[in-house]
Design a protein around this ligand. Sequence first.
Ligand SMILES: Nc1ncnc2c1ncn2[C@@H]1O[C@H](COP(=O)(O)OP(=O)(O)OP(=O)(O)O)[C@@H](O)[C@H]1O
Ligand SMILES: [Mg+2]
Length: 401
Amino acid sequence: MNIKIEAKNLVKIYGENTDKALELFNQGLSRSEIIQETGLTVGVANVNFEIAEGEIFVIIGLSGSGKSTLLRCINGLLMPTSGSLFVDDKAVEKLNEEELRKLRGEKISMVFQHFALLPNRTITDNVAFGLELRGTPLEERRKRAQEALVKVGLEEWKDKLPSELSGGMKQRVGLARALVMDSDILLMDEPFGALDALIRAEMQEELISLQREIKKTVVFVTHDLDEALRLGDRIAIMRDGAIEQVGTADEILSNPANEYVEKFLQGIDVSKILDANSISKWPREVIRETEGVSVALHRMKKADTDYLFVLGARNKLVGMILREDVLKLAKDKQTSIKDIIKETDSVQSNTIMRDVYPELRNAEKDLAVLDENGRFLGVITHSILLMTLDERKGGDGIAES
Ligand SMILES: Nc1ncnc2c1ncn2[C@@H]1O[C@H](COP(=O)(O)OP(=O)(O)OP(=O)(O)O)[C@@H](O)[C@H]1O
Ligand SMILES: [Mg+2]
């Protein structure tokens, strides 16, 4: 495992003349005591972690817990008051101006919740803006911007102006803007915070599938536990500037480090953690009903699966196709998959997990998760099921199945 980012005893105290505050901090005074004594805020309070290359590392915590401060330490916008922050084994606080400029301009890109698009420039030129600042020639930056727009599904909007786009689309532009820089590291500070729930879920899925392709190191900040569980290879829970626990979703849910984490997990609507939607994942590949036999075989091979879910307009679930049936069609030189689409097992997204288990046990393949309009949201696989909370909750015992 290649360590991309590492924090060692990282402390960030805001303000000038931090010596006194740091001394008090090292003596073990609390954040509020330090504010009272010195007027200074401890933003990050002695944090240690390692983030592996290609990992999605989620930072979650209440407002003011220090999430953004931590991000700004990673890209060198803030310097540690004590301790160190390493990117590619280089201590950020030891970089010179030129190296810092490269770190922020080339190695790291940021995506924010609110960012300003330039209103009089096309979407392409908005996306290309960072490259322009970097001095990339016009042709090349337009080409790369358009490639980034394809990645986020906005290629048809490339010549439009920002005012013509919806909020969700603008957020995609923000993502394209970061992707175009082709930095190793993406820092995302509540990028989906302003989106409504459905679009937000869609963006999460897109980020996951995009990440399979681009394999960046992503540090993703959120308030939302659902989002954290869904996106994070590992999750760090922050409180008052400190990290209370770091682990995979499963580790944290099944073994909270302390009472605070336990409360935190419960405080945020446990029923949400436990519904079908929250543990579903977007499958590696799906197929549209209008697509053909060769595409089907290609995708099955790519995803190493013997079946695919078939989606119609607006991601409505149509059914599934089995590899053996597709192969028969191929033999008969048929191209359309329409005749072999089978019914599939599905559950509504808000079904609580207790009710999902029996469905999954009886399902022939993985279970499709649908919203109230029959739109496909993802699948629950048998392995996901094993990772759920049920055991800890003393529910109806899925461990044996
Ligand atoms: N520029 C600053 N100067 C002084 N104090 C600051 C500054 N920025 C943040 N703080 C303080 O540092 C602490 C951590 O803030 P931070 O913005 O990192 O929290 P956060 O977890 O990102 O919160 P939110 O979820 O609201 O974005 C807070 O107490 C905040 O008031
Ligand atoms: Mg913040």
